[in-house]
Design a protein around this ligand. Structure first.
Ligand code: 13P
Length: 251
């Protein structure tokens, strides 16, 4: 049985002070929700303070990106060993990173390997554009992203990952994929591909989230899909109503 997992991706929102004030506001209520794993992913600079603020609660902390090297002349980058004292998770290959900062499938693959080597759980993001969706290319594109991200990984490495299927056209648009659309793509283009790569048993153990305009009103529908194990939430994770969303996801 896969434990549901909801993570809030705050993107470039909240100063360190605002981030701490927010987690202090929601921590006790989030902590009281049983049967679900929860994490928040603040901007890098807020991570240590947020990690301190959630200490002793069940709330996990994730980063939104990471470089694959441990140290060196990589101006502006943050390494797995820098994150490791504060974070359990790291979002890798988010479509915004791919679109605005030139991240590639190959780079995402290296980051997954590095994150796992340093005890961080990658939340690996995949998802098609509107043009690809309308051209009927969703299945081939998303399967290709999964194959590229997981290339060369062992079953143990794959089993330690979380995947987020986030159709780009649904991110921040209020135009969410229907639960059955999302469930179908997650089954055919993510879980079945993982089964092909790593065997059915490993594939069934991997948690797969849906992301894209998830709210407290629609989360229950996604959770009703057999292959959807939670959500990666952007806008709706920035407000105190995130508590309601997590409660609804826990059922
Ligand atoms: P929204 O929930 O704001 O659509 O963002 C989704 C997302 O990109 C999470 O990573």
């Amino acid at each position: 049985m896969r434990t549901p997992f909801v993570a809030g991706n705050w993107k470039m929102n909240k100063t360190a002070d605002a981030a701490v004030a927010f987690v202090r506001e929601i921590a006790a209520e989030l902590d009281a929700i049983a049967g679900i794993d929860v994490a928040v992913c603040p901007p890098f600079i807020a991570i240590p303070a947020v990690a301190e603020a959630v200490r002793g609660t069940k709330i996990g902390v994730g980063a939104q990106n990471m470089y694959h090297e441990v140290s060196g002349a990589y101006t502006g980058e943050v390494s797995p060993t820098m994150l490791q004292p504060y974070c359990q998770y790291v979002i890798l290959g988010h479509s915004e990173r791919r679109a605005y900062f030139g991240e590639t499938d190959e780079g995402v693959n290296k980051k997954i390997v590095a994150a796992l080597a340093h005890g961080l759980t990658p939340i690996v993001c995949v998802g098609e554009s509107l043009a690809q969706n309308e051209a009927g290319e969703t299945q081939s594109f998303v399967s290709g992203q999964v194959r590229a991200a997981f290339a060369g990984l062992s079953n143990e490495q794959a089993a330690a990952c979380v995947i987020a299927y986030e159709p780009i056209w649904a991110i921040g648009t209020g135009r969410s994929a229907t639960a059955s659309q999302a469930g179908d793509i997650i089954r055919t283009s993510v879980r079945d591909v993982l089964a092909d790569l790593f065997g059915r048993e490993t594939a069934e153990a991997i948690r797969i989230q849906y992301g894209g305009s998830v709210t407290e009103d629609n989360i229950a529908e996604y959770m009703g899909q057999a292959d959807i194990d939670g959500a990666l939430v952007g806008g709706a994770s920035l407000k105190p109503t995130f508590i309601k969303l997590v409660r609804a996801a826990a059922g």
